[in-house]
Design a protein around this ligand. Structure first.
Ligand code: GAP
Length: 512
């Protein structure tokens, strides 16, 4: 099945099983805004808990905060967002569609890579077992031509972006013959900068209202509180502050479902360090964060680092952790070396000293910062994409199953009485009432047992128990494993011991 179709199926599955709904659905939705349903909110909460505990519980030098969405507007001037948080946009005059100029060019660069990949696949078929990919890449005339064009375009693009040269971006689009996917024409407007922050008014107009912004990142709430936390928490460098919260960006091109939203959630951690230790900590956090992703068991081949060439206005070095979505490798998390840029800016704009006093050296200085920043929604999407499978079974049937890591699954145990009579529902309810204090259980007595298994597979429930007549006699049930579909007979009183250990966030954290 084409990857595009797989993605459409995942989006449909998210809606059908209560994971994600378009926002304002009965009003035909609102662009790039989504609601999480009864299953989605559980999965999302588990992702957040996995992140929060890996930061705050496992590091005694990391603490959390919860700062407000509205902040003093000067914060966004100081942080550079008012002046520099822009995307270059371009319109196609025929289709009236708006695009990000940088994305159009990046897609074009990716096309050269796709061409190279096609050449490789053709050659692999031609040469069979004797094919040497490295040698082919280094010597094939066609490959070398595509690679040269890609590199030339890449250099030109990088320079235009770094120089903020909007005319050159437009010229690249024209020179590369990039057409609008809707109209198919090259009738492009000039490239303009577009600020991504949403704003609103605070206070009544008679008092003189103030323009405030909906925060485009949670990080600034950490920066402006760092000294409050440091002093009240008696924190010593190096230390970190973690936060989970909503962020808002008026994305020009909002597409790919919850990948690029206008209202989304971030999990950010700012790690305050001594100047000069930046690269060591940057490397360390890169490794720590990749390990966190890999612990979910989706396979190393699905992740890669992508070092930034065009750095954000605050960054000295930056890497993305990308995940292989059905639409290619995409950024899920960013790790940034932000130097002392933000703190220095806040000192300048607030006129207050927010220097750290080092009790060991007796010196005061502005700490440097390494940031890890991950989108909850993108993480959610990566988990859904990696877990979704339409599986062909030996008996010729297919089942749709979500192989969610047990610790993230919304429901941990499906409790299914074989029939709706003879005391089986009562015993099943009793088991539910015992286990519900330990993990999330779902009771289901409707339809055949096969249909009920399928429903639990579709929401990623790692275990199901069936309460049958034998259960009444000997106090045992069948325990079914979602992935292997194998069943074993276990004692009801052992269920908590068997399951709890495998489905908790703690079990996942222990693998880190
Ligand atoms: N404080 C740094 C910062 O905000 P960023 O790379 O702009 O850096 C960090 O964003 C993460 O937030 C991204 O890696 C992504 O996972 C998520 N994110 C950013 N924009 C998003 C959007 N429009 N929709 C969903 N997630 C987004």
């Amino acid at each position: 099945m084409a990857q595009e179709d797989v993605f459409k199926k995942i989006v449909a599955h998210c809606k059908e099983y209560g994971f994600v709904f378009p926002s304002s659905d009965i009003y035909d939705g609102l662009g790039a805004v989504y609601d999480y349903g009864q299953m989605g909110v559980e999965l999302k909460n588990n992702i957040k808990q996995y992140w929060w505990q890996s930061m705050v519980l496992l590091h005694d030098n990391i603490v959390g905060i919860d700062s407000s969405i509205f902040m003093h507007p000067t914060i966004w001037k100081a942080s550079g967002h008012v002046d520099a948080f822009n995307d270059p946009l371009i319109d196609n005059r025929d289709s009236k569609k708006r695009y990000r100029a940088d994305v159009l060019i990046e897609d074009q660069i990716a096309k050269y890579d796709e061409k190279i990949q096609k050449e490789v696949e053709k050659a692999r078929k031609r040469f069979g077992d004797s094919f040497d990919e490295a040698q082919y890449l280094a010597t094939s005339k066609n490959v070398l031509e595509h690679a040269a064009k890609r590199d030339e375009l890449h250099e030109r693009y990088k320079k235009a972006m770094n120089d903020g040269n909007l005319e050159e971006l437009r010229q690249i689009i024209l020179d590369e013959g990039i057409v609008c996917p809707i109209s198919g024409t090259k009738n492009w407007t000039d490239v303009r900068q577009f600020n991504l922050m949403f704003s609103t008014e605070m206070g009544s107009t008679s008092d003189g209202s103030m323009k405030v912004y909906l925060r485009p990142e949670t990080a600034q709430g950490i920066f402006v509180n760092y000294l409050n936390v440091q002093k009240t928490g008696r924190m010593k460098l190096p230390f970190g502050i973690a936060q989970i919260g909503k962020a808002f960006r008026n994305e020009i091109v909002a597409r790919q479902f919850i990948f690029r939203m206008r209202e989304f959630e971030q999990m950010e951690m700012q790690f305050f360090i001594k100047p000069g230790t930046d690269m060591d900590w940057f490397k360390q956090w890169k490794a720590t964060r990749l390990k966190w992703h890999l612990a979910l068991g989706f396979g190393e081949q699905n992740y890669r680092y992508h070092d930034h060439e065009k750095l954000a206005h605050y960054a000295a070095a930056a890497t993305d952790i990308e995940f292989l979505m059905p639409f290619g490798f995409k950024e899920v998390e960013g790790i940034h070396s932000r130097t002392n840029w933000d703190l220095s800016q806040h000192e300048k704009y607030s006129g207050k000293s927010i220097k750290y006093f080092d009790p060991e050296s007796g010196e005061s200085f502005t700490p440097h910062v390494i940031e890890t920043s991950i989108g909850v929604d993108r993480m959610f999407l990566s988990v859904m994409c990696a877990s979704y499978e339409e599986q062909q079974l030996e008996n010729g049937e297919t089942r749709t199953v979500l192989h969610l890591p047990a610790a993230l699954a919304p429901v941990k145990l499906g409790i299914l009485p074989l029939v709706k009579k003879d005391g089986l529902p009562e015993l099943a309810r009793q088991i539910q009432n015992d286990l519900k204090f330990h993990f999330n259980c779902q009771y289901d007595e409707k339809d055949t047992i096969g249909k009920r298994y399928r429903r639990q597979d579709a929401i990623g429930t790692p275990y199901c128990i069936t309460v049958d007549y034998q259960s009444l006699e000997d106090g045992t049930v069948t325990l079914r494993n979602r992935d292997t579909m194998e069943q074993e007979r276990v004692a009801i009183k052992e269920l908590n011991n068997i399951i709890a250990d495998k489905v908790t966030i703690t079990s996942l954290l222990k693998t880190l």
